[in-house]
Design a protein around this ligand. Sequence first.
Ligand SMILES: *Cc1c(COP(=O)(O)O)cnc(C)c1O
Length: 365
Amino acid sequence: MVPDIRDEDILEVEKVLRSGMLVQGKKVLELEDHFAEYVGTKYAVAVSNGTASLHIALKAHGIGKGDEVIVPAFSYIATANVVELVGATPVFVDIDLSSYNIDVDQIESKITERTKAIIPVHEFGLACDISRVVQIAQKYDLIVIEDAACGLGAKFNNQHVGGFGEAGSFSFHPRKAITGGEGGMLVTNSSKLAEKFKVLRNHGISEKNRTEFIEAGFNYRMTDIQAALINSQFSRIDQIIEYKQKLANIYIQELAENKNLLLPSNQDNNINHAWQSFHVMILKNSFRDKLISGLNDIGIGTNYGAQCIPYQEYYQKKYSLNCDLLFPNSMRAFKNGLVLPLYEKMSEEDVSSVAQNLLSEFLNC
Ligand SMILES: *Cc1c(COP(=O)(O)O)cnc(C)c1O
């Protein structure tokens, strides 16, 4: 994964550096305005990274000790870590292997009187069935915080993800569609929540009276250096997503015939896949790691996609959940999942060449 930082982006950063106004200034405000407009929410609040934005979203809702929060078992680990960080308990739900997203049919059985929120993830840039998640949340009076860290450009029923629940969280880590090195964004349609987010990201300083500290807040501010870099790339976002869709379709064509591979689905016309990652499943156990090292030897960087979170050491020690039994799909995706390179700087020929090399590597397994 090589981010496409262009001269024009660097120039924007240089302007900030020369201005001397480095933290949460004009550039952050500009990015927040553009972001809210693009996602279609009333408010956007920039923060230092995607994990910080999830953390603030939970804090702002007063979620903490004694509360349970439903999360998919297969995601980047930050989705569950933030629940631990506020002192609440993550309750894991297995995923659906056709989307790598939370299996919505299993959510209701995990709801208890302690459940306060659901954090659905739009994994790898594909929207989960967010309208059903919201329906369930309404039925049980739960909060929905969308983890849209991979979801910039992803749509469900032609509506951009992030604005379906109470809050939506985005990341600008270099593995995401556009990057500030680090960076995060919270979106919401509630003015009250937006204000809480702003207070929490800035040491608890009141937005109305700058001499009052009304919360024990964090320092989760974004710098203007990051905002300028992100905003400059943001002006190309639709081209970036379209180009990645084109590259993903090349992978799908080139790899369609191979019986050892489960390709990501892109069939639903109501869902716009943003292809943060091109994630495949290797259908033969024990092939995946051999493929990673074989491809690495010829200079092609691939990796596993995400963790089965309850299987990781911290969660095993604390909860001892039998993951093979409880989360079989998450375990399969964790053990047999493979992310192929897909980024703006790749040409169509590069993608074909990776696909052909992957097919030949199978012969060495
Ligand atoms: C990247 C990612 C995060 C964390 O974002 P950071 O900006 O790296 O903190 C959280 N959740 C998911 C699903 C992610 O992919």
